[in-house]
Design a protein around this ligand. Structure first.
Ligand code: FES
Length: 115
C-alpha cells in the first residue's frame, strides 16, 4: 500500500508519497505505525475522525465499515459538504485509518485528509 498527503484543496503534496506493507487483516493505522510512521490520529477508537483518509485506489481491498466508523464518516462528509457543497471529497471514499482493515492482497493507495 502507499500513502500520499493531500492538502485542503485535494492536491497531492509532492514528495510525500511513502509505501508500506500492510498484511491482510491488519488495520491500516496500526500497520503503518508499526513501521515508524504515524498518520494523523486522536482517539484510535473510531469516534473522533482525526484519522480520516481517502481511499484513492484499491477500495475492494479494504473491509467494510463498522457501524461506529460509518457514523463518524457520515458526520465528517456532512461537515465538508455543509462548508462547501463541491468539496473535493464528494463521491470519494472516506475511511478512518484506525478502523479500516485490509481484506485482500492487492495494493491500496490512501491519502491522509487534513481536517
Ligand atoms: S483516531 Fe479517532 S476515529 Fe480514528
Amino acid at each position: 500500500m502507499s500513502v500520499v498527503e493531500i492538502d485542503e484543496q485535494g492536491n497531492e503534496i509532492s514528495n510525500s508519497e511513502k509505501k508500506f506493507t500492510v498484511e491482510t487483516g491488519d488495520i491500516i493505522y496500526d500497520a503503518i505505525d508499526n513501521q515508524g510512521c504515524q498518520l494523523p490520529h486522536g482517539c484510535l477508537a473510531g469516534s473522533c475522525g482525526s484519522c480520516r483518509i481517502l481511499i484513492i485506489e484499491g477500495s475492494d481491498n479494504v473491509a467494510g465499515k463498522s457501524v461506529i466508523e460509518g457514523n463518524t464518516i457520515s458526520n465528517i462528509v456532512k461537515d465538508y459538504q455543509d462548508q462547501n457543497p463541491n468539496h473535493f471529497t464528494v463521491g470519494k471514499e472516506v475511511r478512518l485509518s484506525c478502523r479500516a482493515r485490509l481484506n485482500g492482497n492487492g495494493d491500496v493507495k490512501i491519502a491522509a485528509l487534513k481536517k
